[in-house]
Design a binder for this molecule. Structure first.
Ligand SMILES: *[C@@H]1O[C@H](CO)[C@@H](O)[C@H](O)[C@H]1NC(C)=O
Ligand SMILES: *[C@@H]1O[C@H](CO)[C@@H](O)[C@H](O)[C@H]1NC(C)=O
Ligand SMILES: *[C@@H]1O[C@H](CO)[C@@H](O)[C@H](O)[C@H]1NC(C)=O
Ligand SMILES: [Fe+2]
Length: 461
């Protein structure tokens, strides 16, 4: 309609783009980021079939299945054991002790079940075991008679500043053969606890009764790890399970029945956001899919929790969330902006060491950058190097059905240190109060390949 105006606008836009490109190039600090050129041979992103041995049902009448544990208190002297009995409620008792087959103690849990469309869940048990000794191996037994099953876990060392500890970080896992490869590799890493950054089963990719069934298969699939070491849960969009077409409108229904978190121990009002302390780390779990703006319960709680952080006791301050605040991938572009606008200044004020997220199905690590000077009236709009800022790491590459997010935006932004669209997992090995060693491991067609690594220096010490 107005070709003249249109052409002028285009010229203007072009000038603007060139201007900003020149500006960006001029602030390059020599730490140019890497976009990996690694080429994968594609594995199909299909879910493992229902009759596969990865989902095997344990033998025996009403045998406990989908066994998983998580930390049960603030400081690691309690564990919550959860499992499902398929045919009847059975017992919610956990027998446990410090030597095999000799369970001198027991604790009594609770049982519940739920429906999802016409699917009826099994009997879901949660049992809190308290008053454990630090740094101790415990054996535990659930179920009864011939169907009883025994597992073990190790409690973490006392909360102290120089305690070494190795965490694994997994996100967006799902239940494909890529997921299996990620989990197998993780289990060989020697890490002691999983920090899970959301999107567990991807059961919501199914319809009707298959949603519940795929939550069950996922529980059996991850049991090989979750029964023996705590997974610290944070939620993603695939936990929302909002499915009005089949009358299911209560968000997080499946997740909240099946998985528990020790949220009361950190005085949170919701299982979806909470904090724990483990060895030398203070870990804060946030919910990308619950209200977080000023005055909401999550905002009020985080303000209080950050004040409880004592870097003299726990030098390492780690935050987990699902949606990354810094990501240069086309997938889910800028979905984290709203939370960044609300919380980024606190993360800098409190010198958070590292923030792990998932959601984007690729790997990306940032330099220490911030955008807290962003001002909608004055024009500051570029993230700038900031020594007080956390490192942002996206590990949404567990291997789910949706495949990889292979398109990164060009040019690679200044804040982006390393990015690659491959499946894998990370580990964070805390050495002492000043040093931690971080690794990202790529799944290369069945092999585990250490790919990106660096020494994380503590922000406080
Ligand atoms: C939670 O609140 C209770 C009661 O105010 C307090 O005793 C407890 O120390 C608080 N927990 C934490 C982790 O601050
Ligand atoms: C934003 O910029 C305006 C000038 O345009 C300034 O008056 C204001 O103080 C700035 N706000 C902040 C929070 O820096
Ligand atoms: C902390 O660990 C790093 C890496 O292992 C080591 O170089 C450093 O000397 C250690 N510092 C102390 C105080 O032990
Ligand atoms: Fe997601």
């Amino acid at each position: 309609m107005f070709p003249d105006l249109n052409a002028r606008m285009q010229t203007l836009l072009l000038n603007l783009i060139i201007a900003s490109f020149v500006f960006l190039s001029s602030i390059k600090d020599g730490n140019a980021g890497i976009t990996s050129s690694f080429i994968r041979s594609e594995w199909p992103s299909v879910d493992i079939p229902l009759d596969h041995e990865a989902f095997a049902v344990p033998k025996g009448h009403n045998a406990p299945q989908q066994v998983h544990i998580t930390q049960g208190d603030y400081d690691g002297k309690a564990v919550i054991v959860s499992w499902v009995t398929p045919e009847e409620p059975g017992s919610s008792k956990v027998q446990y002790g410090t030597s095999e087959n000799k369970n001198q103690f027991s604790a009594e849990g609770t049982v519940n079940s739920y429906t999802f469309y016409k699917y009826k869940s099994g009997y879901i048990h949660h049992c809190l075991i308290e008053g454990l000794e630090h740094n101790t191996k415990y054996y535990y037994r659930i179920g009864s008679g011939d169907s009883a099953r025994e597992f073990w876990f190790e409690t973490p060392p006392k909360v102290e500043p120089d305690t070494p500890y190795k965490f694994g970080i997994i996100g967006d896992l799902g239940q494909t053969f890529n997921s299996l490869s990620t989990l197998d590799h993780y289990m060989k890493s020697g890490a002691q606890t999983v920090l899970f950054v959301g999107d567990l089963s991807y059961a919501d990719r199914y319809k009707y009764n298959d949603v519940g069934l795929r939550w069950d298969t996922w529980g059996r699939f991850v049991e090989r790890s979750t029964a023996y070491q705590p997974w610290i849960w944070s939620i993603g969009n695939h936990e929302i399970d909002y499915m009005p077409y089949m009358g299911e409108v209560v968000p997080f229904k499946s997740f909240l029945h099946r998985y528990t978190t020790p949220y009361l121990a950190s005085n949170s009002s919701s299982p979806l956001w909470y904090a724990i302390r483990r060895a030398s780390a203070h870990i804060i779990v946030l919910s990308s899919y619950s209200p977080f703006v000023k005055y909401t319960p999550q905002w009020v709680w985080l303000a209080e929790e950050l004040q409880r952080v004592d870097r003299k006791k726990t030098p390492w301050l780690i935050v987990l969330m699902h949606v990354p605040l810094y990501s240069s991938n086309e997938a889910h572009y800028m979905e984290g902006e709203s939370m960044r606008a609300v919380f980024e200044s606190w993360f800098i004020q409190y010198k958070v060491d590292v923030i792990f997220a998932g959601h984007v199905h690729a790997y990306e690590r940032s330099y220490r950058f911030s955008n807290v000077n962003y001002n909608i009236t004055s024009g500051n709009r570029y993230p700038v190097p900031d020594k007080a800022a956390p490192v942002y790491i996206t590990v949404g590459d567990g291997g789910n059905q949706e495949g990889l997010a292979a398109r990164f935006l060009e040019p690679q932004p200044e804040y982006s240190a390393f990015r690659e669209a491959s499946y894998g997992h990370s580990t964070l090995e805390i050495k002492n109060r000043t040093h931690a060693i971080y690794h990202w491991n790529r799944n290369d067609d069945g092999k585990k390949v250490p790919t990106d690594s660096f020494v994380l220096h503590n922000q406080y010490w």
